[in-house]
Design a protein around this ligand. Sequence first.
Ligand code: NI
Length: 225
Amino acid sequence: MLLHLPQVLTPEEVSRLRRALDRAKWTDGRETVGVQGARVKRNQQLPDASPLKAELGRVVLAGLQRHPLFFAAALPLRILPPRFNRYAEGGTYGFHVDGAVMRLADGQQLRSDVSCTVFLNEPEEYDGGELIVSDTYGEHEVKLPAGDAVVYPSSSLHQVTPVTRGARLASFFWIQSMVRDDSLRRMLLEMDTALTALRGSDADSAAVLQLTGVYHNLLRRWAET
Ligand code: NI
C-alpha cells in the first residue's frame, strides 16, 4: 500500500528545516548503504552522528505523531531516527531494495516494514527526483509538495530518478510495524477509515461499537508488540 500523507509538516516547520539544511555539512550517501545499494546510490546525507540530524529528526517525528493517518496506516512499533538527504547535479538512486533489518543506536534491531519519505522542497524547485515505487500493480511515481509524506512497503523495489536542475531535499526513514504484513495493515486502515466515517454519521451506535470491537480484536490477533 502506497499512501500519501498530506501536510505532515507545517510551512513554518518546512522553512525551519530548510534554513538548517541549507547551512548543513553533507556527506556521501553511500556511507549508510550495503554493497548492492552503493553501486546505484549517488546522493548526499547528513552524517548519522550529527546532532543537527537528531534535532531535525525530532521535528519530523512530531509532525508524523500528530498526523491523523500516520498511526492508522503504519501502526508503528519502532521508528528509525529520520535521516536527511540531498540530490543535486545528477544525483540519483537507482532501483534497489532497502535492507530488511537495521540496528538502532540502543543496540535494538528494527525490521523495515514501512518506508517513509517526507518531501522538504516544492516540486517546482527541481527537475527529476521522482520517487518511483514498483509493486505488483506497476510503477508509481511520487513527487509531493514540501511538508507532504509518502509511506510504502519497504519490500518494494524503488528508485529516485536523476535530479537535473536544482536540489531535492527530503527526510527518509523506516518503521517496524506492529503488523508485518502489508495486506493486513491495509485492511485495518480501511476498516479504521470506515469506522471514523460512521462515527461522524447517524449510524446505529451499537453496530459501530461492535465493529470497533472487531477492529481491536483483529489488531490483537495480528499485532506483535
Ligand atoms: Ni531505498
